[in-house]
Write a protein that binds this ligand. Structure first.
Ligand code: C5P
Length: 241
């Protein structure tokens, strides 16, 4: 199924207020493909908060970045499947057995409960880390080499795609092929403030480089009129194809 360009947008609902999240989600749902809920929201409001906000059937990226022993990650994935997300994620640095356990748990839990299997994505190297940070934790070589190494490990162990920076899209698309999902944060329309994101791409640039999904937070959620900001990004994106 081919997505329309605007359906590639996931809005990051980074808030601890379920009312704010519900209102934002309802305002922008018609212009985007889904919502992303992460650790800030989930730690404050839990699965019940997710159910409350996602009650209108919008696709969900549950961004909890699990990283633990394989048995524990498998259990966490099984619990996550109950929320019927479109995608969930883990840290690729958890290693081959953890990645395989996560992929298998998603499959088994979805089959057992009769829901669609979520894609399991991997985080490779956090974009907050540079080469010096990697050296300090014992990883020699460049950030891109480590990203590519962990993406290959993830793909070999049944993972569906990665969360990556805009700068990594082309290298990963070449390495991992057309079906591997690339989900990209750090997106800023030309008219939005960059904030603390350093390596940014516009939505249209990210899609033309090969991103499958774009995670967009503050340009939409921090706008005076989130519905208008989302509609503007939708129009910009749909105009490119
Ligand atoms: O507000 P903004 O568009 O910067 O939000 C980006 C979202 O993507 C946030 O939820 C943030 O945690 C997440 N993210 C990111 N950079 C990464 C990975 C995730 O900004 N490298």
């Amino acid at each position: 199924m081919t997505l329309q360009p605007h359906e590639r947008i996931l809005v990051a609902l980074d808030t601890t207020d379920a009312g704010v999240a519900t209102s934002l989600s309802r305002q922008v749902a018609g212009s985007v493909g889904g919502m992303k809920i992460g650790k800030e929201f989930f730690t404050a409001l839990g699965p019940e908060g997710v159910r409350r906000v996602m009650d209108h059937g919008v696709p969900l990226f549950l961004d909890l970045k699990f990283h633990d022993i394989p048995n524990t990650v498998a259990g966490a994935i099984r619990s996550a499947v109950r929320l019927t997300p479109l995608m969930v994620n883990v840290h690729a640095a958890g290693g081959a057995a953890m990645l395989r356990a996560a992929a298998d748990a998603a499959e088994e839990a979805a089959t057992a409960t009769g829901v669609t299997r979520p894609w399991v994505l991997a985080v490779t190297v956090l974009t907050s880390l540079d080469q010096n940070d990697l050296a300090a934790i014992g990883v020699a070589g460049s950030v891109l080499d480590q990203v590519k190494r962990l993406a290959a490990l993830a793909q070999e162990n049944g993972i569906d795609g990665v969360v990556c920076s805009g700068a990594e899209i082309e290298a990963l698309r070449n390495q991992c092929g057309p079906d591997f999902k690339l989900v990209v944060p750090g997106i800023r329309p030309a008219w939005a403030a960059a904030g603390d994101q350093k390596r940014i791409l516009t939505p249209a640039d990210a899609v033309s480089r090969g991103a499958d999904y774009l995670v967009i937070g503050r340009p939409i959620t921090g706008a005076d009129d989130p519905a208008e900001a989302a509609a503007r990004i939708k129009d910009e994106l749909d105009g490119v194809n």
